[in-house]
Design a protein around this ligand. Structure first.
Ligand code: NAP
Length: 301
């Protein structure tokens, strides 16, 4: 495919970052956009990461060779039902959703044997939302995981791979179920823990008039960053990845109970062993180039 026409459905953090990155790397002939609200569509045009915006998703995709879904997971199926009949033959649908097995199952029967679907998930993001949150470098040196199945067109997979590599990502391939299990522990469970600990602290502050928030040390502050992530997006992730999250939560609870027991019986050796192992994991993440080793994550204070 020479330079494709690309439609972005959903113009928030990920949609706007895609628009900026596609433009920066000159990967699209034309970028059309659609989001639910007129305010977001107008902002996208003003910021210039799309060339045109449209009042409906169906209108946005009419000339598209490739369509990216960048919306919350729970609305992708309904949007696909609306746009598939309007797509050109051999158009490619792809998505950026954080859970993969469900969307593959939902979209496959809608494809009418004339359009393709390549499920994807960039492992890149921030806790910000909306069209002003995006930036062209978000995907650079980050993984993008594609989860095609045995029926996915290889040509379509190649086209989507080419785009992600063009935006600076490393592309990996996984089965959808495996992706969901891996992400349950690396991303979904940490968010659940952050939402829970911040919720507990807020409740404690209410109940006891203590000064939890005022004196929040860096550990708690780091949790509040994660726990400020978009509520709708995360609601959908937990509902869509229920089984894998519950499996990981079970294991987590067992390990937490072991730590609880070690504290109760004063088992210094056990605690030190666990904390030494986890420090090693942090070091390997830094060595893999997935985080900075600057003190306090590079924060000033
Ligand atoms: P976001 O900033 O909240 O943007 C969501 C966009 O979807 C907005 O433009 C919103 O339009 C639009 N939208 C919502 N409901 C819609 C509907 N019914 N029809 C059309 N458009 C609709 O969210 P995001 O962070 O970009 O996340 C988008 C997707 O990326 C999610 O599926 C998430 O799982 C995935 N993802 C997120 C991250 C991350 O760190 N945030 C990382 C990787 C993958 P309005 O502005 O008009 O409401």
């Amino acid at each position: 495919m020479s330079q494709p026409n690309i439609a972005l459905i959903g113009l928030g953090l990920i949609g706007s970052s895609l628009g900026h990155a596609l433009k920066k790397n000159k990967l699209a002939a034309h970028i059309s956009g659609y989001a639910r609200s007129a305010a977001t569509r107008d902002k996208a045009l003003e910021l210039g990461f799309v060339d045109s915006v449209h009042d409906t998703a169906a209108e946005a995709v009419i000339d598209a060779d490739i369509v990216f879904f960048n919306t919350p997971l729970s609305v992708i199926k309904q949007l696909a039902e609306e746009i598939v009949p309007r797509l050109k033959d051999n158009a490619i649908l792809t998505d950026v959703g954080s859970v993969k097995a469900g969307v593959l199952k939902e979209l496959t029967p809608l494809l009418e044997d004339r359009v393709h679907f390549v499920p994807g998930h960039p492992i890149a993001g921030t806790e910000q939302s909306g069209p002003e949150a995006g930036f062209a470098e978000l995907f650079e040196d980050r993984w993008c995981i594609l989860t095609p199945d045995e029926n996915t067109s290889l040509i379509a997979v190649e086209e989507i791979t080419k785009l992600w590599r063009g935006m600076g990502s490393d592309v990996a391939f996984m089965e959808a179920d495996h992706h969901d299990l891996v992400l349950a522990i690396t991303s979904h469970l940490p968010h659940l823990i952050a939402y829970n600990i911040v919720g507990t602290a807020a409740q404690l502050e209410n109940d006891t008039r203590s000064e939890v928030i005022k004196y929040s040390a860096s550990g708690f502050r780091d949790f509040t960053r994660i726990a400020s992530s978009d509520p709708v997006m995360w609601r959908d992730i937990f509902l869509a990845n229920k089984d894998a999250v519950l499996e990981m939560l079970g294991r987590f609870s067992e390990d937490l109970t072991a730590l609880q027991a070690a504290i109760r019986r004063g088992d210094a050796r056990y605690l030190e062993d666990v904390f030494t192992k986890t420090r090693g994991i942090r070091q390997s993440i830094i060595e893999a180039g997935q985080d900075t080793d600057s003190p306090n994550f590079g924060r000033d204070k």
